[in-house]
Design a protein around this ligand. Structure first.
Ligand code: HEC
Length: 113
């Protein structure tokens, strides 16, 4: 009985852990939180604001692909455009992600709309 219980506990824990990943922030986005919050502006605009400025994931992926060529004129969140240089450094790294990783991140941002 004890053994059965601990097995059930382990299964429940494992399920809990994998569930917390489903629909959560993609792993690649771990560092974004230093400047972005889903709903509140911080150093950078909230992802909600970004989602509303873009309106679709495709546009966000296009920005990701600009990498080091990103300029102030590319910044869609007007209120934060002056800080484009901070995001440019990030975009250099993001541009190297796989297409799937970029799409996953853009979809996550769009979900905060
Ligand atoms: C060092 C701080 C910093 C980090 C880390 C950071 N960002 Fe940003 N981000 C900013 C700032 C500041 C802006 C606003 C300026 C701008 O829009 O270019 C911004 C804007 C954006 C925008 C909107 C661009 C636009 O068109 O206005 C997106 C999308 C974005 N960040 C995604 C990300 C993702 C994804 C990550 C993590 C991989 C990330 N950021 C990490 C500071 C950061």
């Amino acid at each position: 009985m004890k053994k059965l219980l601990s097995t059930v506990t382990i299964l429940a824990l494992t399920a809990g852990i994998s569930m917390s990943f489903a629909g959560d922030k993609p792993k690649k986005m771990g560092s974004c939180g230093a400047c972005h919050n889903n709903t509140k502006d911080g150093v950078g605009p909230s992802f909600k604001k970004v989602a509303n400025a873009y309106g679709n994931a495709k546009g966000i992926v296009a920005t990701f692909n600009k990498g080091g060529k990103y300029t102030k004129a590319d910044a869609k969140v007007a209120k934060f455009a002056n800080k484009y240089n901070m995001m440019k450094g990030q975009l250099r790294k993001i541009a190297k992600w796989s297409d799937a990783e970029k799409k996953e991140a853009a979809a996550y941002i769009m979900k905060q709309k």
